[in-house]
Each structure stands twice: as C-alpha cells, then as structure tokens.
Design a protein around this ligand. Structure first.
Ligand code: TYD
Ligand code: MG
Length: 455
C-alpha cells in the first residue's frame, strides 16, 4: 500500500506546496500554509477536482447551446442577483457570517423551487426537525408543493450524494460545506482539502445530473470564506449575504457570476416569518432625517438597479491638532480627495474640523456619481444649512473641482422621480434626459454648492 503523504495547503487561496513555507507561493499571503495528510488516492478518486464529462473535440458551429433555461424562484431580490433565476447544472456558493440568515434564505428558495421539481436539503448542522420548525415559520399555509421538499441530516458527502442520486432532485442544497466531509480524506471537516472535496463532489453531481446546487459557506471574522477562498474559483456563482447583527436589513450581493452581472444586489429584511424582500430605495430613504443639515441624497447604480441613498456628514471642531476623518460606507481616499477640493477650490476651512461620513443603511458605495452628494453633505454640515428636500445630487468630482457626467443618468433621474423628487443638480450633459426632473446644471463644485445655497 502506498504511504500516506503530507502536503500543505494555503488557507487563503487553496494553493498546494509539498513543503511548509512561510509565504504562499501562489497568492503571497503570509502564515497561511496548513498541513494536511492525504491518503493515497484510489484510482478514479476525484476529490478536490471537478471533472467535466469526457467528450471529443467538436467544432464550435456544431455545438447546440440553448440560451439557458432558468428557474425563476419568484423571490425577485434573489432572482435578480442570480442573473434572472437559477440555472440548471450550475453551482452557487452563498457565503455569510453565522446567524445572518443563509439557511433561512435557501430554505425559502427551496420552497419556491419545489414548484419546478424535487429539492433535497442536506444539512450537516441541524436536525431535520429543526429545519421543519424553520419551514413552518417561513412557509405560508397554502404551500402546494411541500411534497417535493426532502430533508436529509447527514455529514458524509458520499452517502448524501448517493441519496441524491436516487432522488434526482432539481435543486440540491448543502448546509454547509464546512459541516460536511468526504470519508476519503483523513483531515477534519472544515479543513481546506475537505471543503474542496465536498464542493467538488457536489459540483460534479450538478453537472452530471443537470441539477442546480447551492452551497452554504461560513465566513470568518476577517470576511473570508473560512479557509476555502478556493471555492470561489470552483463554483459558477458566488453570493455574499451581509448585514449587521442588530439591524434587520440584509444585503445579498453577487461577487462572481457566470450567468449574469456581478454588481447586482438584493435587499431583504429579516422578519418574524423569514426574509422579506424590500424595495431598496424606499427602505433607504424612509429612514432619512428630512431637512437636517449634513444630509444629501444621491442615486447610485448597483448592477442594473438604481438606488436612492442618503449620504450623511458631520463636521465638528476638532479637539486636538490632528483633525479626524472617518468614513463608513464610502471610500476613505475619495473622501480625502473631496475634502481637499473643498478646501482648495472653495476655500472652505476644514483643517481644524473632524469630518465623519456615513452612508445610511449600511451600504458601501463605489459609484463615483455619489461624490457630489458627499461634498454637499460636508458643506451643508459645515455651514449648518440643510440641503433642500426632494433634491437629487449627481456628479463625479474631478481634481480641478469640475463635475463629470455620470453613467445612465436617465435611469437615475427616473428612479428619483418615482419617489417624488422634483429637482436634480447634475453635470452638464449633451443629450439631456427630459421629462423626469428639473435638471439644474452645474459645471463645477462651486456652481453646484451655489445652487444649493451652501456657499
Ligand atoms: P439562519 O438562517 O439560521 O442563519 P445562518 O444559516 O446564516 O447561520 O438565521 C439566523 C437568524 O435569523 C436567527 O437568529 C433567527 C432569525 N430568524 C428570524 O428572525 N425570523 C425567521 O423567520 C427565521 C427563520 C430566522
Ligand atoms: Mg445555518
């Protein structure tokens, strides 16, 4: 019998090395190599590898590919993030911190998916009775396809997939990749090689049986999928479920998607009876503190959807020589840049003031169209004058203080109009979108702040 050998895996990227090294040769991370004993592979063992079905080379003209059939789950927020529904044969990884609602979301998906076919929910963490209790909380009384939902409490991936083989589900859910293990490997469940083997087996099952598979993965405090960042490369779609523990709002975002855009987000609220989709713009604006100085509203694009967002700023005299700048939800370096422009181009005195920026609702913005709203919120707080209500701010700020155009302005104006906004301050545009709001054009930051009455 061949000897069991030891290899080292990087817990960041999953890269392998035959010796221990301080720095991963694959991703350059320090102190991430972990030792793993590998049993000699029996012939045909595919643990850790996804095997495509073997086929001869074929001319591209002769390949028949239908534009994918999708299962629309009827949970709009989830369908959008998936790129229009769940694709048969695909694998989806749902990552998030413990307790955020991953099991709840996928059980809700299972209930909807039951309308199309059988669903097998494999739980390595909870007993079938526990899942049943959750099911009773989230499902309406009149679920018509409950007989299509199967639960299996199992931690051995091979036995679990054998059951799946017999059942032939249209959707297979693994809760979670860290709780399941492959008996062919010696290492403990949750280790890098185990997580890879479990995911690879499930993905291979999905390809072979044309079933969709959804994997739940826990994320460590640092925000990485515990160990197996490597999973991100193996699956077709990676979704992250985020939110704060003491806030009912949950954001679902795609960070990788072979079947759709990755900028999409879905917004949910954790309620008594499970996760409820919320209309995002309404949610973020609802909590706005109307007509307080330091508040400004902009419209950012998250994937295909426009979102109205409140930017809050607080400017206060600093107690010490070194003024503090803090940003939550907005890029810190961009904030510094905007402060510099406000100081140099508008002669605003900010070097003896602390500045705090907050994006309401816990969202992270990376759309430069929000720049003008950030600048206006700061100027508004500094002057203690509020920005007019129902006024939208759009525009990227350049180093010279100029305002630059934003992408898809029309869709943003349309969203704002739908929420009763009357006016928008925006950069000059060649093709002016008409009919939504009254556009007040400003070529630079100074003009924009004059229109707002802040300088
Ligand atoms: P869960 O889906 O178990 O989280 P995860 O699988 O990501 O660890 O849900 C966690 C929390 O959600 C739990 O603290 C209870 C709460 N919850 C509700 O508030 N309402 C509900 O209807 C359900 C099912 C859960
Ligand atoms: Mg769970």
């Amino acid at each position: 019998m061949a000897k069991a050998k030891t290899i080292f895996f990087c817990s960041e990227c999953g890269g392998e090395s035959i010796r221990w090294v301080g720095k991963c040769p694959h991703c350059g991370a320090w102190n991430t190599m972990v030792e793993q004993k590998i049993e000699p592979e029996p012939k045909g063992n595919t643990a850790g590898r996804v095997q495509m079905s073997r086929s001869a080379p074929c001319q591209i003209d002769h390949i028949i590919a239908e534009e994918g059939k999708r299962y629309r789950l009827g949970i709009d927020e989830l369908d959008t993030v998936l790129g229009g529904g769940l694709t048969p044969g695909s694998s989806v990884l749902l990552g998030g911190e413990p307790g955020i609602g991953k099991s709840t979301l996928l059980l809700q998906a299972a209930v909807k998916m039951a309308a199309y076919g059988k669903v097998l929910y494999i739980s390595g963490e909870e007993a079938a009775e526990q899942i049943k209790l959750r099911y009773q909380r989230i499902s309406a009384d009149n679920e018509t396809h409950a007989d299509n939902i199967y639960l299996l409490a199992q931690t051995d991936i091979d036995s679990a997939l054998a059951e799946a083989e017999a059942l032939q589900p249209a959707l297979l859910i693994l809760d979670s990749v860290q709780a399941l293990f492959s008996p062919q490997l010696e290492s403990a469940a949750g280790s890098v090689s185990q997580v890879r083997a479990v995911a690879a087996a499930a993905i291979a099952f999905a390809r072979e049986h044309h079933a969709a598979v959804m994997l739940i993965g826990h994320v460590t405090k640092e925000g990485m999928l515990a160990g197996p960042r490597v999973l991100e490369h193996m699956v077709d779609t990676v979704l992250y479920f985020e939110g704060e523990r003491y806030n009912a709002l949950r954001l679902l975002r795609a960070v990788k998607n072979r079947f759709g855009s990755t900028n999409e987000i879905g917004v949910f609220e954790m309620a008594e009876s499970g996760l409820r989709p919320v209309e995002a713009s309404a949610y973020f604006l609802d909590q706005r503190h109307l007509s307080s100085p330091g508040s400004a509203v902009t419209c950012v694009l998250q994937g295909t959807r426009p979102l109205l967002i409140e930017v809050q700023a607080l400017v206060s005299p600093s107690a010490f020589g070194n003024p503090r700048r803090l940003s939550s939800g907005y890029d810190y370096n961009r904030l510094l840049l905007i402060i510099a422009v406000l100081e140099r181009k508008l002669k605003l005195r900010l070097n003896d003031k602390d500045i705090y920026i907050n994006i309401a609702g816990g969202l992270r913005l990376d759309d430069p169209a929000a720049d003008l709203a950030v600048a206006a919120a700061i100027a508004s707080s500094a002057a203690d004058v509020s920005v007019e209500q129902e006024l939208l701010l759009l525009g990227e700020i350049g180093l010279l203080g100029e305002l630059r155009g934003v992408t898809q302005e029309e869709r943003r104006l349309k969203e704002a109009a739908a929420f009763g906004f009357q006016k928008a301050v925006c950069p000059p545009a060649k093709n002016k979108p008409k009919g939504y709001l009254r556009r007040l054009e400003a070529a630079n930051l100074a003009e924009a702040l004059k229109i707002l009455g802040l300088i």
